[in-house]
Each structure stands twice: as structure tokens, then as C-alpha cells.
Design a protein around this ligand. Structure first.
Ligand code: PLP
Length: 360
């Protein structure tokens, strides 16, 4: 097998070391004679895997005991409903920023449960920027403020954490969690589908301030109630055990890379050189306001869109895979999550330079 670099937005590339370890442990985890997939989620082997994963995530992100860490199912998309169901607590409105396709989906789902106050909206700018906080509508009556720190499709990332004046802040961190250190104490709820920066699809991490748990509206299904999940140790029903295990291996890998400050440095460098390459050429273009460019997802277009298919097939021949942009945006998108080695970004830049020389 020849080495390739996979720029998929999600499910995304995983660290080779993690896959190798999973392979080595496939038929016999730690002398148990069992594959992790075959273990009872209540047995001592799996419980130790689950607890270690939570402890490592707490250490990586400096999560205090005021916060619950839940390993759930249903993806980030289920959180679009779980957040209002659990947090409205008798209030009739919630505040949302609308900065891209994922914000829009979160807003559409919340509208089933409450009035949605869109306090900031960059749809008219084609989601290429983030409205200045000083221009946001007032939201002091809202049960919470929801935002999407990194819009995976548009490649748009908040440069700072919004101020909420004490109103719980909810963040869909699916595509930016673990990419840099954050101050957890600023947040009420953080959630993330695993398949970008955590591990395999099928598991969803929720970090929730404990004092926000326990007020779900009474029709909330047990599975969608943070309290049920907290009480059950995220094992109210059978959790996605194998995804949980791989997520745990990724957390251990991250610790070896110098934790989140180590990752942040590498991520800055990776994204920095790719944006530089785009900006230095008149052939490639990234439409996002430079202040809010994503470190994780880098969309770009070619000066001549007729060359898109050729670009993709020649890139693929060089082992640079899954660079096609999202169908709603077109062009290309390079997702360069934690697990994308810097050498992969270098290889992409080299290819882009060669392609421009040959075709521009
Ligand atoms: C991928 C993604 C989602 C959807 O996640 P699922 O786990 O597929 O539900 C939601 N929000 C953001 C920001 C994403 O990147």
C-alpha cells in the first residue's frame, strides 16, 4: 500500500499510530483474549477503557469537576435537539448566530422547540465573515446562546469566544474540538461529533456544566436527557464501545504530541502555510475574511472552475485524496485536522504549485 493523505472533512483521517495500535490489539486487548468490540460495556475491561478515555480528555482540555463529560450517540445533529430540550427550562427563546450551513441546521431544529433569536447573521455575505459582536442583537431573555466556533463547510472560524453576560454559552465544536486549548469555564455546553477530530463516527462528546443538567422539559425522551446519561455514566443503553475505545487512543496520542498547546502550534503552522500558498497565487482563492479563516477546513477555488475535475484527478494520482469541496460551495476543500501530518500539507502545496505552473 502506498501512503496517501486523506483531506476528508469527516469521517476524517486518523493518526496512523492509533490505527496501528488498534490493529495490534484487534484480536486480544491487553491479554483479555477479546476484541474490544466483543466486550460487555459493563465488564471491567471496557469500563477501564471508558474511564481512561474520560480522564485523558479531562486532562487534555483541563475540564473541571463542575462539568460532566458524556459519550453519547446520534452525532452533533442530535445535539441540535438535545440542547433546547434540556436547556430551555421554561424559557421561550434561545439565541443563535447564523454563520454557515451547520448553524442553519442547528437553528432549524431549535425552531421546533422555541423562538429562535438570530443575533448575528452572515448569510448575506455568503457566510464569508462573522458579524462584529458589537453589532449583535440583544439576547438577555434567551435561555442560552448557541454558536458554531468552526463552520466546517465554509471554513469560517470565530477568532474569540462570544461574551454572553452570564447566559449559558453552547458551542458546536464538531470540527475544532482538541485543535487548540480553550477556557472551558466560558461554556455551558460543548458538543462534538467524533468523526472530525476525535475518532470514528458513532460517538458524540458532550461537555456540560453540571448545574445546567436536570431541567429537561418533561416530554424529553430518556435517551435525549442529559440527566439520564449522566446518571447512567453514558451507559443508559449500550454505548458505541469501539468508537469510544478509538477515541481514547486518539486522546493518548494527543498527549504524546504535547497536548493541545502542542497541537495548536502545529495547526497554526499547517494552516498558515496553506493560506500563504493560496494568497501568493492568483490562480487559487479563498473567499473567507482573513480574520476568521478556519485552521481546520481550508476551502479554495481555482481561477478556472473548468479545471476542477482535472485538479482532483491529478491530486488523487499523487496520493492527495478527498479534496472536493462541499456540494453547496464547490471548488476544493482541504480538511487538515490534528491527524493530518504536516508532510501532507506540504505535499498538497507542492502539488498546487506544480498544477498552477502547468495549467494556469
Ligand atoms: C459534521 C458536523 C456536524 C454534523 O455531525 P453529525 O455527527 O454527522 O451529526 C454538525 N456540526 C458541525 C460543525 C460539523 O462539522
Amino acid at each position: 500500500m502506498s501512503a496517501i493523505y486523506n483531506f476528508s472533512a469527516g469521517p476524517a483521517t486518523l493518526p496512523t499510530e492509533v490505527l496501528q495500535q488498534a490493529k495490534d490489539e484487534m484480536l486480544d486487548w491487553n491479554g483479555s483474549g477479546m476484541c474490544v468490540m466483543e466486550m460487555s460495556h459493563r465488564g471491567k475491561e471496557f469500563v477501564s477503557i471508558a474511564e481512561q478515555a474520560e480522564a485523558d480528555l479531562r486532562e487534555l482540555m483541563s475540564i473541571s469537576n463542575d462539568y460532566a463529560v458524556l459519550f453519547l450517540q446520534g452525532g452533533a445533529s442530535s445535539q441540535f435537539a438535545m440542547v433546547p430540550l434540556n436547556l430551555l427550562n421554561g424559557k421561550s427563546s434561545a439565541a443563535y448566530t447564523n454563520t454557515g450551513q451547520w448553524s442553519k441546521k442547528a437553528i432549524a431544529e431549535a425552531k421546533r422547540y422555541c423562538d429562535v433569536n438570530v443575533v448575528a447573521n452572515s448569510e448575506a455575505e455568503n457566510f464569508s465573515t462573522i458579524p462584529d459582536e458589537s453589532s449583535w442583537a440583544d439576547f438577555k431573555d434567551a435561555a442560552y446562546l448557541h454558536y458554531t466556533p468552526n463552520e466546517t463547510i465554509g471554513g469560517l472560524e470565530f477568532a474569540s469566544i462570544p461574551e454572553t453576560g452570564g447566559i449559558p454559552l453552547v458551542a458546536d465544536m464538531s470540527s475544532t474540538i482538541l485543535s487548540k486549548p480553550i477556557d472551558i469555564s466560558r461554556f455551558g455546553i460543548i458538543y462534538a461529533g467524533a468523526q472530525k477530530n476525535i475518532g470514528p463516527a458513532g460517538i458524540t462528546v458532550v461537555i456540560a456544566k453540571k448545574d445546567l443538567i436536570g431541567n429537561a422539559c418533561k416530554e424529553t425522551p430518556a435517551m435525549l436527557n442529559y440527566q439520564t446519561q449522566l446518571k447512567g455514566g453514558s451507559m443508559y443503553n449500550t454505548p458505541p464501545t469501539y468508537s469510544w475505545y478509538i477515541a481514547g487512543l486518539v486522546f493518548q496520542w494527543l498527549k504524546k504530541q504535547g497536548g493541545l498547546s502542542g497541537m495548536a502550534e502545529i495547526n497554526q503552522r499547517k494552516a498558515g502555510k496553506l493560506y500563504d500558498a493560496i494568497d501568493q497565487s492568483s490562480f487559487y482563492n479563498n473567499p473567507v475574511d482573513k480574520r476568521y479563516r478556519s485552521l481546520m477546513n481550508v476551502p479554495f477555488t481555482l481561477a478556472n472552475a473548468d479545471l476542477d475535475a482535472t485538479f482532483l484527478s491529478m491530486a488523487s494520482e499523487r496520493g492527495l485524496k478527498t479534496l472536493k469541496g462541499h456540494r453547496s460551495v464547490g471548488g476544493m476543500r482541504a480538511s487538515i485536522y490534528n491527524a493530518m501530518p504536516e508532510a501532507g500539507v506540504d505535499a498538497l502545496i507542492n502539488f498546487m504549485e506544480d498544477f498552477e505552473k502547468e495549467k494556469a
